[in-house]
Design a binder for this molecule. Structure first.
Ligand code: ACM
Ligand code: ZN
Length: 524
């Protein structure tokens, strides 16, 4: 059986196989993908040869194929791959490797690739996964593993949530305190209100060289890396270093607790805007793509309401209220980002400001389309990213969001008219890491959700079918076995015996500290 995730647009199965051996020559266009093909197949033990002329496996540039799409024709004597861009060629390789299961072969003399014709292209443009590294840090190796799995599943945007109340994790040369002091908290909230009174975070940040390394690694996998610097809320780690950024100017600790904090940046004062612009100046040099995420979620206005500076600013600008003040701030940042050729993305709470620039891209995560204002936003012709929290949040365990529910996400199931499809840039799922304290739990929460995420982003609506998707999962599971990735198995992702294992329950927490191996039977 042909087992490919995400399911391609059109598959015609043939008879016979192409045999990939030491004698195989890989030629034609797309030099980077040719190298990647030979490298992936070499893990099976076979080293093929690359040429620039026509060969057994031949890559051809064909401008009639759509962006990121490909036409893959496997015959007994040859393989032809047509694409209009290197990304399309790269995606044909992700299909090819699953077609012949090469990732799980070792020490073989030949790899049999079943004859077929596959025509394929993506449904959405921005197919994204988000990782929060502020609450708990991920190593470079863990991030690279996520990127590898994203590429296999044809995801193309890595949204990097780099800063939050509990830690600042990206080096900013002009403000070294941010990572020296702002990366460190005095303790960590455990299940319920229990605390672990242990310093966390010293040295746990990415240098600008680390960032460049990840951006470059991802680029080879046709993945764009997009930074998020959350503002003006979720900024406590920065306020800890530079108290003058807040309304009251008091020194406050990097947060040891989760949730929404009243301490936010003071938009009325004159310190926050230059600070944010300095941060943007450094960050845009590291991320060579067209998007910048400013967060903007969960900004309680309690402090602004009593801050003389914020009050004066609202008056000076003739604004209605504090929501409009955040809207003004966002529009200023949007204009600044435009001078750097960046589009601005923010979480959907920023729609509370009525005068928000239509150029903003809204990431919809909370409340209904009506209550969030997303319906009106779309009616104006504006753009959104779908991240429905009740379905896609990977920090929630499978008893809250089983894989079938996860897979069901689409415009209509989210209450949107299908007419808006062209305004939806893509579907994105985040992993927030408040309770993700080790790599195994990170893997367990992400996989096989990432496979479903790939499919709901890439595969046409007509081709989406959960039962069919499940029949294709075992190959990816075997690939993950070979990589020692502890994914949730079927018993776990369909929630048998997972009652009362909320994301912060004792069972999860103990497991994450490797004290309780009750979970082991639910994952590989
Ligand atoms: C969010 O989950 N606060 C975007
Ligand atoms: Zn203020």
């Amino acid at each position: 059986m042909i087992s490919i995730i995400p399911k391609p647009l059109k598959v015609t199965e043939g008879k016979g196989v192409f045999k990939y051996t030491f004698a195989t020559k890989v030629g034609g266009d797309f030099p980077q993908t040719k190298k990647q093909l030979v490298s992936i197949f070499s893990k099976s033990g076979i080293e093929a040869t690359i040429t620039s002329c026509s060969a057994d496996i031949n890559f051809v540039t064909d401008s009639s194929i759509e962006e990121e799409g490909y036409l893959l024709e496997v015959a007994e004597n040859s393989i032809t791959i047509k694409a209009s861009d290197e990304a399309g060629a790269f995606y044909s390789l992700q299909t090819l490797r699953q077609l012949c299961k090469v990732d799980i072969l070792t020490n073989v003399e030949e790899v049999e690739i079943p004859c077929c014709v596959i025509y394929d292209k993506p449904r959405f443009k921005r197919r994204a996964f988000m990782l929060d590294v502020a609450r708990h840090f991920s190593t470079m190796d863990t991030i690279k593993e996520c990127l590898n799995m994203m590429a296999l599943n044809k995801l193309n945007v890595f949204h990097w949530h780099l800063t939050d109340d509990q830690g600042w994790r990206i080096e900013i040369k002009k403000y070294p305190l941010l990572t020296k002091q702002g990366a460190v908290r005095k303790g960590t909230q455990l299940a319920g209100n229990k605390m672990e009174d242990k310093m966390y975070g010293e040295g746990l940040y990415y240098t600008q060289e680390d960032i460049k390394e990840i951006v470059s690694y991802a680029k080879d996998l046709h993945i764009e890396v997009m930074p998020e610097i959350d503002m003006p809320g979720h900024l406590v780690a920065a306020i800890n270093c530079y108290p003058e950024l807040s309304c009251e100017g008091n020194q406050i600790d990097v947060s040891t607790h989760w949730g929404i904090l009243d301490d936010i940046g003071c938009v009325g004062g004159d310190k926050l805007m230059p600070f944010v612009k300095d941060i943007i100046d450094e960050i845009v040099e590291l991320f060579p793509y067209g998007y910048f995420h400013i967060g903007g979620d969960e900004v309680p206005k309690k402090k602004w309401k009593v801050c003389p500076k914020c009050g004066a600013k609202i008056k000076e600008l003739g604004l209605k209220d504090e929501e409009e003040l955040q809207g003004w701030f966002n529009n200023e940042i949007l204009q600044y980002l435009k001078t750097k050729n960046k589009n601005m993305i923010g979480w959907n709470e920023i729609l509370k400001a009525t005068k928000l620039s239509d150029e903003t891209i809204i990431q919809w995560w909370i409340h209904s389309a009506k209550a969030s204002g997303v319906d009106k936003w779309l009616a104006k012709g504006n753009k959104v990213i779908l991240t429905p929290e009740p379905y896609l949040y990977m920090d929630h365990c499978y008893d809250m969001k089983d894989l079938k529910k996860y897979y069901s996400v689409d415009l209509d199931t989210m209450g949107l008219s299908m007419d808006y499809e062209s305004q939806v840039l893509g579907i994105e799922a985040p992993l927030w890491t408040e309770y993700v304290r080790c790599k195994e739990k990170l893997q367990f929460n992400i996989y096989p959700r990432m496979q479903a995420l790939g499919e709901i982003n890439w595969t046409s609506k007509e081709n989406k079918n959960f039962a069919d998707f499940e029949t294709r999962l075992p190959l990816q599971m075997k690939i993950m076995d070979s990589l020692n990735i502890k994914y949730a198995n079927r018993e776990a992702y369909l929630v048998r015996g997972f009652k009362n294992w909320g994301r912060a329950s004792k069972a999860w927490l103990n497991w994450s500290k490797n004290q309780n191996h009750e979970f082991e039977k639910y994952c590989k």
